[in-house]
Design a protein around this ligand. Sequence first.
Ligand code: KIV
Length: 269
Amino acid sequence: MSTSLKKIRTSTLAAMKQAGEKFACLTSYDALTTEIFDEAGIEVILVGDSAGNTVLGHENTLEITLDEMVSFGKAVATAAKHSLVVVDMPFGSYEINSQQAVESAIKLMKQTGSSAIKLEGGSSRIAQIEAIVAAGIPVMGHLGFTPQSVHAIGGFKVQGRGDSAAQLIDEATKLQSAGVFAIVLEMVPASVAATITKQLVIPTIGIGAGNQTDGQILVWQDFAGLSTGSRKFVKQYASLRTDLSAAAKAYRAEVQSATFPSKEHSFED
Ligand code: KIV
């Protein structure tokens, strides 16, 4: 493990924005993947509720529970030595009222050891954000396409185009006033994300939001080429699906031919 990497805090991200330095974020849901990203210097690791899709095989992010997020969050926060670990609040854990939101956020922080939580939504979530921030918990916002509202939005659609740009910019400003330390902008026109990034003091983190945001985030199985399907905003930096498939086929063939295990991988008397 590299010891030269410093511990990233919310204040580090604020300072990076001030200095005009961009930062990289990835999702992770387990210890080994986290170790790799942490040692690579990825500034923020998000324990996203995308674990519902990528790990649990659900169709969307609505089914994953608070307890499941606790398990993933604990594995990641335990493994991360430098990266800032943020855990998603799952659907159903914060919408009812501020008390429910604070209780869920406290559970995530206490039982995972992470440094912050993220929740989705704009004006309708201000009370919850203010209450969680008042409890001393750093909150990351999430605007634009918010996957927990996929049914309300009517599918995977770019948000903030045309007339709705002004509303998105206004929501971002409201979230900043409510106390979030950063905002994820998902599937937002690059020009709108650039405007929000310029107007806000806090950092923005884009996913499908162009290259003018302060940080970028990708779901790790997408960036590593493990998932199937392609999204316009995803760039694959590895071909894990192809590599693992080839490895599985080679292993099977060697088992069939009894070339594995060889002497090298066997114990002697
Ligand atoms: O759950 C998740 O992975 C996310 C990112 C896509 C931002 O919210």
